[in-house]
Design a protein around this ligand. Sequence first.
Ligand code: 5GP
Length: 114
Amino acid sequence: MAEETIFAKIIRKEIPADIVYEDDRALAFRDISPQAPVHVLVIPKEPIVSVGEATEDQVGVLGHLMLVAQKVARAEGVGDAFRVVANSGAGAGQSVFHLHLHVLGGRPLDWPPG
Ligand code: 5GP
């Protein structure tokens, strides 16, 4: 079970966020510290900790998040070139332990990432 995070408060609208998409299973909002002209976080409303801790019964919502990322990228005008990143675990740079997809676009995206 996930610990309560800042994202849980954003889902409950207890703290403000620049929300760009919402449905019954997912929420997408602009990252507070954008790393690209388009930097949106796509999160499940249910508290999944990370990709690394996701379980088989969550396959539906995990797939849904990918399609929300696609919708967001298209709506933001970067549907032809964007990156979806999910940091899993502190060692990989995860700082909020509620699973989130970073949707990044609007500038050249180097590979490999740091
Ligand atoms: P992580 O480092 O876990 O992969 O990504 C967490 C992301 O959440 C970071 O890019 C960080 O800027 C963003 N973030 C952290 N707190 C908040 C917040 O309160 N509001 C918004 N919109 N983004 C946040």
